[in-house]
Design a protein around this ligand. Structure first.
Ligand SMILES: *[C@@H]1O[C@H](CO)[C@@H](O)[C@H](O)[C@H]1NC(C)=O
Length: 102
């Protein structure tokens, strides 16, 4: 069964700092498809970027400069590094795992 988890909970950091968000997953899929979403208060989550274990994901333009995903299929972990925090980065971030179709 496919599962994904975000252990970090709430994080606080200063403007200008870097911060890294974490996710871990378990899946039977060999190619893992991970998607990150950003949710501002009273809004729906919006797609930011995708990262795959094989092949290149995509990143929405506004996140290209400062948001860097990594996927480690050995440790089954995903990280999203945000460089040079802006106040507008304050939000809820979700990582999602595309389910395996069998
Ligand atoms: C994520 O990692 C934690 C700590 O190692 C582990 O207990 C948990 O089962 C993992 N979650 C998934 C979805 O694999």
């Amino acid at each position: 069964q496919d599962r994904v988890e975000q252990p970090s909970g709430e994080m606080t950091a200063n403007k200008g700092d870097p911060v890294t968000l974490h996710c871990n997953y378990s899946t039977s899929a060999t190619n893992v498809y991970i998607y990150w979403y950003k949710q501002l208060p009273n809004r729906s989550p919006t797609f930011m970027l995708s990262v795959f274990s094989f092949g290149k994901g995509t990143t929405v333009d506004e996140f290209k400069d400062r948001f860097f995903p990594t996927l480690n299929s050995k440790s089954t972990t995903v990280q999203l590094m945000i460089k040079n925090l802006h106040v507008s980065d304050s939000a809820v971030y979700y990582c999602a795992l595309q389910p395996t179709v069998t």
